[in-house]
Design a binder for this molecule. Sequence first.
Ligand SMILES: *[C@@H]1O[C@H](CO)[C@@H](O)[C@H](O)[C@H]1NC(C)=O
Ligand SMILES: *[C@@H]1O[C@H](CO)[C@@H](O)[C@H](O)[C@H]1NC(C)=O
Ligand SMILES: *[C@@H]1O[C@H](CO)[C@@H](O)[C@H](O)[C@H]1NC(C)=O
Ligand SMILES: *[C@@H]1O[C@H](CO)[C@@H](O)[C@H](O)[C@H]1NC(C)=O
Ligand SMILES: *[C@@H]1O[C@H](CO)[C@@H](O)[C@H](O)[C@H]1NC(C)=O
Length: 542
Amino acid sequence: MPSFSLLTAAIAASMISGSSASIQNPEIMPTPPMGFNDWSRLECAINQSVFTDTADAMVSKGLLAAGYNRVNIDDCWMADTRTEEGKLTWNETLFPKGLPWLGQYLKEKGFHFGIYEDAGNETCGGYPGSYGYEEVDAQTFASWGIDYLKVDGCHVTPTTEVEYHKRYAAWHDAFSKMEDPLIFSQSAPAYFSLWLTGSDNLTDWYTVMDWVPYNGELARHSADVLVYVGVEGLSGWDSVMQNYNYNTQLARYQRPGYFNDPDFLIVDNLELTLTEKKSHFALWASFSAPLIISAWIPDLPEDVISYLKNSDLIKVDQDPLAQQATLVSRDDSFDVLTRSLANGDRLVTVLNRGNDTASTTVSALRLGLQATESIYSAKDLWTGEAINFKGELKINKLASHATAVYRISLSGLQSLTVFPTGMIFNAASTNCLTAGARNQEVKFTTCAGTDDQVWQIRPLTGTISPLSARNLCLTAEGGRTVLKECRLIDFAQDWEYSVRGYLTNKWTHECITEDSGSSSSKCLYEVDSQVWSLPAGVKVHW
Ligand SMILES: *[C@@H]1O[C@H](CO)[C@@H](O)[C@H](O)[C@H]1NC(C)=O
Ligand SMILES: *[C@@H]1O[C@H](CO)[C@@H](O)[C@H](O)[C@H]1NC(C)=O
Ligand SMILES: *[C@@H]1O[C@H](CO)[C@@H](O)[C@H](O)[C@H]1NC(C)=O
Ligand SMILES: *[C@@H]1O[C@H](CO)[C@@H](O)[C@H](O)[C@H]1NC(C)=O
Ligand SMILES: *[C@@H]1O[C@H](CO)[C@@H](O)[C@H](O)[C@H]1NC(C)=O
């Protein structure tokens, strides 16, 4: 009975692949991980007591109780060679009691245990890689009490997207055969980012991003954050801003079960001021990014411990909706970001990128709130202070590099509509989609925070209007995207956003294109000019 066995095989295959496919099985990691990793602080200078002392300090300083429940080892933990049976083993000088012992130690304290390997023949530090040993190594890690694996991408040859896909899929397959698959942190996209390739052709980066959400639970999409000893020519703040910027380009991929990872919180890095560290934390929490501390925790001062334990911001980070805050606007000084939370509340995060203390206002409309006459109540998530505002939220005297965060309660308001609102921008060019006048073609210009660059996306009709003229809608005309009077039902004004970043018109099936010749053209495969970052909450077609 061939059909029967085929069917059985198909069901078995779907069950197997379902068991560890992140976004198809979000229970593996519904909210982003929190914890510790040694890399940015110590690089290869690790040993057993680093991890036991860190775990002890995380308990005594209240970090475990605040949710930081993972202790992850990065590179350089291994012996030079595999055992005679082909298994990985630890450096016995560094870990005299062994990793299973350490796993047990961590478990008894209430931590999960994580580790590092590499998809190639060697790790970045030159230790045995996992190429061809994925299944064996996954079993070994599980037997040591490990439930989280970061897989780096050094020494993968050839360095093509196809080869990385094969290597990372091998891990996915190994995990899919396990009853309790490990959480899989994938460094593959970083190897195709502008940071590493220096190429402004982002097609391969986007292609890798397209598969990581099906393959594992998180992905390191770009640069390593600054290590403690520093890097010539890169300031601490520039490093944080670099990773922050990459993350803003990728919000469409994030959903429960899969998280974009802009790398560690470097909370004792001497290059950052306390204000900058707090911004780093608030921005990562607004993104629902992993909160993994890389610092010498036993010596962290109380002011740092205190902001790391901010329960309002941790609640935002761990919100079950897992929405990533996106840019409403960006001008010379301020970035404004917003997102929704699972209970319907709205978050607003304002970063002063400028060099001077400054004030700004953000209108309710810019936050996606349509009831402009309502009085909104909000909580300052730094001070806990409750405030009310009508029409616009005022941010007074925000210090250089500081971040303000407010949670706006919408529970008391009747029949409230929230429209995804914000910038539509191109990651490759960094330009903003900019409205022209009525009947004129759109433009692609430097983001400046003006109302002709803040777009309102209406979920029911699929129409898109700039705040500068909400009666005008983006309209496709073969080869052009223009602004016209909004009409009731017109497919030429109906747009669909896909996880690949395309903004496609329902009538012409063309994609919005940043090109000197035409603002709309046939959709091509992941070309820079057709990949757009849109506001959080827009329906993403997968
Ligand atoms: C373990 O590593 C830490 C950090 O590098 C170092 O300060 C300490 O001396 C090491 N301990 C041992 C026993 O080697
Ligand atoms: C193991 O650690 C010791 C102590 O740091 C070091 O001297 C030795 O080279 C390490 N072995 C390997 C294989 O890295
Ligand atoms: C990695 O190992 C595989 C299998 O042994 C081998 O085919 C390949 O050439 C190696 N690659 C490098 C860069 O050493
Ligand atoms: C960009 O990269 C992709 C994938 O490597 C390649 O197919 C395409 O030809 C490149 N585009 C340009 C304009 O070089
Ligand atoms: C802030 O100061 C830095 C360093 O002096 C400078 O490079 C940067 O352009 C300034 N930024 C703004 C927005 O003025």
